[in-house]
Ligand binder design. Structure first.
Ligand SMILES: Nc1ncnc2c1ncn2[C@@H]1O[C@H](COP(=O)(O)OP(=O)(O)O)[C@@H](O)[C@H]1O
Ligand SMILES: [Mg+2]
Length: 292
């Protein structure tokens, strides 16, 4: 569904150039539910905005659903944003119009398609039911809790049947219970609709519940965790509060084109490596890195 190859994004301001993505490699399959984590400023939003067609890459390759985002004209990009991707932001104010009810808000992205008014309304109603807001269809944003507003935002993002749902820190502004509810909703939508979901988050509890977690550091994917199969089975039988993700995932490091691999502080500490010169050997078919 998504293929990033040596993706580079440079922001130029008056005096400085910021290299927000520095040769990022990432492949995402259709129907994946994944999280992107990383420190502030590491390039998470830049990646999401680029996949969402809001920003253009500076160099490298970016293909989404078979389309080359580098080569798209402005007009094609507008079409792409309308039909291929749906966006959920952290701030509700960026997602919802305050003077419209939930039902009206969800119809906004549908205004430019050919459906008549009744069909639009019916579709919006279905989407609000899907996100669990059947009782709130006629409420205005100010009459809803933060979590409810965020669920309306998710319904809006789904309004044009996108193939990919992109969420930038969707649980950043809500309490942990609401956050759990929103996480479960993403999982449900992914399972029921087969939609590819990418969530940028600093919420580790959210990250532990998705199939795959990639960590961005300095504009590159540094490590990747894949959920273990037995955990995936257990997660489906459990309530969201009852599991902690310590044994949930296996961690992988991503080797870049120049064969560099980043090693986390935790692993260095566990191995007692505190110098910048290390010994690298092959022992029994394994690469062993040890203190000099
Ligand atoms: N529009 C922009 N203009 C200039 N610099 C930007 C812009 N957007 C992001 N950056 C810079 O790019 C880097 C990555 O930012 P961002 O992708 O927002 O990180 P994150 O979402 O992980 O916090 C940061 O150094 C940030 O200051
Ligand atoms: Mg960000």
């Amino acid at each position: 569904m998504i293929d990033c190859d040596s993706l580079v994004k440079i922001y130029k301001t008056d005096e400085v150039e910021v290299m927000a993505l520095q040769g990022l490699e990432l492949t995402i399959k259709k129907g994946e539910l994944m999280a992107v984590i990383g420190k502030s400023g590491s390039g998470k939003s830049t990646l999401l905005n680029m996949i969402g067609g809001l920003e253009r890459p500076t160099a490298g390759k970016l293909y989404v659903d078979g389309k080359d985002l580098f080569a798209m004209t402005d007009k094609e990009l507008v079409e792409y944003r309308k039909h291929t991707v749906g966006f959920v932001w952290q701030k509700n104010s960026r997602n919802l119009l305050p003077y419209m009810t939930a039902l009206e808000n969800v119809q906004v992205p549908m205004y430019f398609d050919k459906d008549n008014k009744e069909d639009r309304e019916a579709r919006a109603y279905d989407l609000l039911c899907k996100v669990g807001l059947k009782e709130k269809v006629n409420s205005y944003p100010a009459q809803m809790s933060g979590g409810e507003q965020q669920r309306v935002a998710i319904a809006i993002a789904l309004a044009n049947n996108p193939k990919i749902l992109l969420a930038d820190e969707p649980t950043g502004a809500v309490d942990s219970k609401t956050s759990d509810m929103i996480q479960d909703l993403f999982r449900k939508l992914n399972e029921e609709m087969g939609i590819t979901v990418i969530i940028v988050t600093h919420d580790i509890s959210l990250a532990n519940k998705v199939g795959r977690v990639v960590m961005i550091a300095d504009g590159k994917i540094s490590t990747e965790k894949i959920m273990k199969e037995d955990y995936r089975k257990r997660i489906n039988d459990m309530e969201s509060e009852s599991f902690n993700g310590t044994d949930s995932h296996e961690e992988y490091s991503i080797m870049d084109k120049a064969h560099r691999v980043q090693i986390s502080d935790d692993i260095l500490e566990a191995a007692g490596i505190d110098t910048n010169k290390v010994k690298i050997q092959v022992v029994d078919g394994k690469v062993v890195i040890s203190k000099e």
